[in-house]
Every structure is written in C-alpha cells, then in structure tokens.
Design a protein around this ligand. Structure first.
Ligand SMILES: Nc1nc2c(ncn2[C@@H]2O[C@H](COP(=O)(O)OP(=O)(O)OP(=O)(O)O)[C@@H](O)[C@H]2O)c(=O)[nH]1
Ligand SMILES: [Zn+2]
Length: 194
C-alpha cells in the first residue's frame, strides 16, 4: 500500500461542516487531505474535486492563476449537492514544488509561458502523480466519481488508476485580466476545456 489513512476529525468551515481525513504516503511521508461532506454512498457516484495545492492561489488568492476561486467554488458546490469529497492533493506547482514554481513565475515575468517555464527548468509540463488520488478514493471506499475539472487528463488518469468517472463537471470560475495568458496556455498546450 502506497498510502495510509492516519486520522479523521470534524472540520467546521464557513461553507459547512466537513470531515477532515489525513493521509500519509508510505515511502516519502508526504501528506494529503480529504474534506468529506455528507454521507458517501458506494453505489452512487460521488461529486468530487481533486484540487492540486497552490499556496499562492489557495491562501493568498493570487490572480496569476484560478486556484483560489476554484477551491472555494468546489467546496460550495459540494455543500449545495449535500454530499461530496474534495481531495487536496499536495503536489504544489504541478509537483515541481513551491520554490520552483516561483522560479517558473519569474520566467513567465520575462515572456515564457507556463509550459515553457517548466521545460526551461528541466521539468515536464506537468509532473503530478495522480495515482495517490486514486489511493485516497479507495481508502474512502469511493469507486465512482463525478469529477469537477476542466482538465481531461485528470479524468483519464482516474479511469486509468481504477476509479470510474461517470461525468466531468466543468468549473468555469476565476478568470481575470491577470491570468488571461495563463488560462489561454492551459487551453492551447495542456488541453483544458475552458
Ligand atoms: N509549474 C507551475 N505550476 C503552476 C503554475 N500556475 C499554477 N500552477 C500549479 O498548477 C496546479 C493547478 O493546476 P491547473 O493547471 O490550474 O489545473 P488542473 O488541476 O490541471 O485542472 P482543473 O481541475 O481544471 O483545475 C497547482 O498545483 C498550481 O500550484 C505555473 O505557472 N507553473
Ligand atoms: Zn494556482
């Protein structure tokens, strides 16, 4: 087993009361969390968001990306639905890490786009490992999801790792004048459906 469920607790938030579940990767001790709302059924597909960590967007509401607004909107959507799960996938900067993301932003300040900046730093355009998300679903006994995303690759990855995606639920929020170029690159080079 690559991942273990460590502990659970209640997490009241301004959106509603969630159950917070903490996970640890066995090999490197990296941590991830899930926020569960309402009663999860094994039969019915669960509305779910896989949210990749973005300190600048999630905490400081950076306008360079759309993450902060997407995070809040997903939590609201799940509460409105009455049940669902948000996986907070702690692979910052598409898994190049916070400091490399700052380096990538710095390259974008002088004209590179988000993909070119990753390549220039010696990374792939997307270094994330979505296997761990499938493991989190399995540990939560979730087999079928309606996945909130604009990224078809995430849908493919979940199917590949054995989680049935019955629907892709688009999330078209967080566009602004500062992230126009970033979002355009995601559409053109990373296949996002925006
Ligand atoms: N390397 C790098 N990572 C970035 C950059 N901008 C945002 N990120 C990271 O990208 C991740 C979010 O990925 P996105 O491409 O916005 O969206 P997605 O998760 O693939 O797809 P959605 O489900 O539609 O949101 C977070 O981990 C961010 O920290 C950037 O310019 N460079
Ligand atoms: Zn972001």
């Amino acid at each position: 087993m690559r991942l273990k469920l460590v502990s659970k607790t209640k997490l009241p938030t301004k959106f509603g009361e969630f159950t917070l579940v903490g996970f640890e990767e066995v090999v490197n001790r990296n941590n991830h969390i899930a926020l569960i709302y309402g009663r999860i059924s094994e039969e019915q597909p669960t509305l779910s968001r896989i949210h990749s960590e973005c300190l600048t967007g999630d905490v400081f509401l950076s306008l360079r990306c759309d993450c902060g607004v997407q995070l809040k909107s997903s939590l609201k959507k799940i509460v409105k639905e009455g049940r669902g799960v948000l996986l907070y996938h702690r692979q910052e900067g598409r898994n190049i890490g916070l400091l490399n993301k700052i380096r990538a932003y710095s390259l974008q300040d002088v004209g590179f786009d988000t993909v070119e900046a990753n390549l220039k730093l010696g990374f792939k355009s997307d270094e994330r490992d979505f296997r761990i998300c499938a493991d989190m679903y399995r540990l939560l006994s979730i087999k079928k999801i309606r996945l909130i995303t604009n990224n078809p690759e995430k849908v493919k990855m979940m199917q590949y790792f054995g989680i049935e995606v019955t629907e892709r639920v688009p999330i078209v929020v967080g566009k602004n004048s500062k992230n126009y170029r970033y979002l355009r690159t995601k559409v053109k080079k990373l296949g996002h459906l925006l």
